[in-house]
Design a binder for this molecule. Structure first.
Ligand code: SAJ
Length: 396
């Protein structure tokens, strides 16, 4: 249920093991695309795999579910206003499969969910189908894959499966063992739900630490990247990299599921979220200051090349990208912005320029550390104002 960034690669991988998969998505266009053997998301190697399994008829996409032995829920769990988790997609997927369930059905939720969701969904099912009480298996199994490496990580990462009871965890483990090469650890559903949230909150807190250091270093006149490199020479220190904020669909979202449920106990996670959000505004402020300074010195509006639009380096994914947010905001406010991202084609919100635009720019801002930016000729930057928020230029 759900053929997005997680559901589609999972469906295709399972189908590639010779298991018939009936993939469901409420979006008719997505269903049509997949049934043609094509994909609607960007992920390396996924197109070939989907083409192969659709041609062999192991994967069929549909807007409605059908009777099956195992149901996997991989729909989004966004948050509503005020960061309250929105479970409506999960509930709707559960409601769609409920009429098809039978004794012995196994239901697995992979969607990131607040603690207690799997049990709640079990109760939702047995309320409508009381005859299935204690007769179905239900488990939570968080996905852990990294966009850009999804197919490899789906197969090789360790997994945690949390059952509403021991039998459910065991059944879910047996199923994942068909296509997962990593270890599979059994636990209860609450622990598995929290495990997903904790993994991403952990990364958010660690990135916030790096971003906070970048703010301190800026004031103290210290190169934060050199500092981190040196501090990381300590055998028990491993600081992450500062950037223009935290993007993507997970790390900036998942901590809120914990913060909202445990506001008094999650002060560190909340502050980390605030630090990471603030870093993006700080970057905007920095760019505006540089523009103002240029105007004061040269009496004209500068041309500003903004390099990188994606949510992180070397992917073509724009979801919740702070670099895109920064660029859009500056364009909206009427600055002379020339966005550049060699990984983004066919963008309809504004024109995306080639890297050559750097030649004519007065200010060059690096928002995303794509490897491709290492091709920039350093001599060309000599007489320009460079704001490098990713430490790319030093490495050119
Ligand atoms: N970032 C930094 N500094 C760093 C590392 C990352 O600023 O040192 C930024 C990135 O630029 C990006 C954001 O953080 O904007 C997130 O990037 P990421 O590579 O850390 O993570 P995602 O969002 O691509 O994938 C994460 C992964 N979670 C963890 O590593 C704990 C992945 O394993 C999860 O499956 C995924 O979230 C998810 O779907 O939850």
């Amino acid at each position: 249920m759900g053929l997005g960034y997680i559901g589609l690669p999972t469906a295709a991988l399972i189908a590639s093991k010779g298991i018939k998969v009936h993939g469901v998505d409420v979006n008719e266009k997505i269903v049509e695309t997949i049934n043609k053997g094509k994909i609607h998301i960007k992920e390396p190697d996924l197109d070939n795999l989907v083409k192969k399994v659709v041609e062999k008829k192991f994967l069929i996409a549909d807007t409605k579910p059908t009777e099956a032995d195992i149901y996997i829920i991989a729909v989004p769990t966004p948050f509503k206003n005020d960061y309250e988790p929105d479970l409506s997609y999960v509930e709707s997927a559960i409601d769609m499969i409920t009429p098809y369930l039978k004794e012995g059905s196994l239901i697995i939720i992979e969607s990131t969910s607040p603690i207690g969701t799997t049990k709640k969904m079990y109760e939702r099912i047995v309320e409508k189908r009381p005859e299935l009480k204690n007769k179905i298996y239900m488990a939570y199994c968080p996905e852990r894959v990294l966009p850009g490496k999804i197919l490899y990580e789906l197969e090789h990462n360790d997994r945690v499966v949390g059952g509403i009871n021991k039998e459910s965890a065991k059944k879910a483990k047996e199923f994942y063992q068909i296509f997962v090469k990593g270890n599979i650890y059994e636990t209860n559903s609450k622990t598995a739900e929290m495990c997903k949230l904790v993994e991403n909150a952990y990364r958010d807190v660690n990135i916030a630490f790096a971003n906070e250091l970048s703010l301190i270093c800026d004031k103290a006149g210290i190169d934060v990247w050199e500092l981190i490199e040196l501090a990381n020479k300590h055998p028990r220190v491993n600081i992450l990299q500062p950037g223009v904020g935290v993007g993507g669909h997970c790390i900036a979202v998942d901590p809120w599921f914990l913060i909202k449920a445990f506001p008094n106990e999650s002060k560190l996670m909340k502050t980390a979220r605030e630090v990471n959000l603030y870093k993006t505004e700080w970057v905007i402020d920095r760019i505006k200051k540089a523009i103002k300074e240029f105007e004061k010195n040269y009496g004209r509006k500068p041309k500003v090349a903004c390099l990188g639009l994606t949510y992180k380096p070397d992917v073509d994914d724009l979801r919740e990208s702070p670099a895109l947010y920064i660029t859009e905001k500056l364009i909206e406010e009427g600055y002379n912005i020339y966005p550049v991202d060699p990984l983004i084609k066919d963008f309809d919100k504004f024109k995306v320029y080639d890297l050559d635009v750097v030649d004519n720019a007065d200010i060059v801002v690096i928002l995303v550390g794509h490897k491709l930016f290492k091709d920039i000729n350093k001599d060309k930057l000599k007489y320009k104002i460079v704001l490098d928020f990713c430490d790319i230029i030093k490495k050119v």
